[in-house]
Ligand binder design. Structure first.
Ligand code: FE2
Ligand code: FE2
Length: 300
């Protein structure tokens, strides 16, 4: 979709139960036998249970601040859907991560992120009567990254630059389903932040913080995964990393424009990425999920 032509935000977020079985685990280099691509995706997965709980809490707290008026009814409904979707992501990635532990990998990112969250609440958010806005700005920034990745995963499916072209099932489906839902609910935290009066200056400060933390954390955890996997020093690992980051379809080039778009004053998440490909993927794979409704998931 062309930038500066926002489509309406989705108003109806379905919570889906994905029909995959993670109980049998997966191989050590499940992503096409490629050590780097596997380690990178595993690193992202390691961050999700802690990160997505933070997103859930911040969106739930923000939703509570929203007055019960007819004009807020749609946004309040998407808050419930958002919480339900992130709760299912957390659940499946926790099962996925448990299997990574049995493969000898060690999750440093999750505990480190949790410590930071606790410190942020103790030192800043809980001391401010607008602490919920800071938390929402952080969530909106992270959600911008997950939506960019989600869009890239879906738009490259079956083409050059497909992250999961040769991935094993069930992880290929898990990652694409997660990508589709991240793209689908990308507006919720952002809309809540702006509806509650969040300003551009704080949105930028937290975005800068998230850019630095996220890129450092994902790199550290990926390197650590490769070290435990004993593939850190293999030339093929570094070749794959170079291609993934800086190749013709490298993530650095593909992400630069949408990442920068976030800094505009008139930015809205619907201005970047596709407004239809997530819905298309979910329609095409409807046999792999069942709708469980949004209401019950708000308990997560
Ligand atoms: Fe998620
Ligand atoms: Fe999300």
């Amino acid at each position: 979709m062309t930038e500066h032509t926002p489509a309406p935000s989705p108003t109806d977020l379905t919570v889906r139960k994905l029909a995959i079985d993670l109980s049998k685990g997966f191989s050590r280099h499940w992503n096409g036998g490629d050590a780097f691509l596997t380690a990178y995706a595993n690193a992202l997965s390691m961050s999700f249970p802690v990160g997505e709980q933070f997103f859930i809490d911040s969106v739930r707290n923000g939703g509570k601040q929203l007055p019960d008026t007819p004009e807020n009814a749609e946004l309040k409904a998407t808050v419930k859907g958002f919480i339900g979707q992130e709760a299912t992501h957390r659940h499946l990635h926790a099962l996925y991560n448990a299997h990574l532990e049995t493969q000898g990998l060690v999750n440093h990112w999750g505990p480190r992120a949790l410590k930071r969250q606790e410190m942020g609440r103790r030192e800043l958010f809980d001391k401010s009567d607008k602490g919920y806005l800071h938390e929402l700005a952080i969530t909106a920034a992270f959600e911008h990254f997950t939506a960019i990745f989600g869009d890239q995963v879906l738009e490259s499916e079956g083409q050059s630059g497909d992250w999961f072209a040769h991935a094993e099932e069930p992880l290929r489906t898990l990652w694409r389903w997660h990508a589709a839902e991240e793209s689908e609910h990308k507006c919720v935290a952002f809309d809540l932040y702006t509806r509650l009066g969040g300003n551009h200056a704080w949105r930028m400060r937290w975005f800068g913080y998230v850019c630095i933390q996220f890129s450092t954390d994902v790199l550290r955890q990926t390197v650590n995964n490769l070290w435990h996997d004993r593939t850190l020093h293999k030339p093929s690992t570094w070749w794959s990393a170079a291609k993934f980051l800086f190749g013709r379809h490298g993530i650095v080039w593909r992400s630069a424009r949408p990442v920068w778009a976030y800094t505009r004053r008139d930015f809205h998440p619907m201005q970047v990425g596709s407004a239809t490909q997530a819905a298309q993927w979910l329609r095409d794979h409807a046999h792999q999920w069942t709708a469980v409704g949004a209401a019950g998931a708000a308990k997560a």
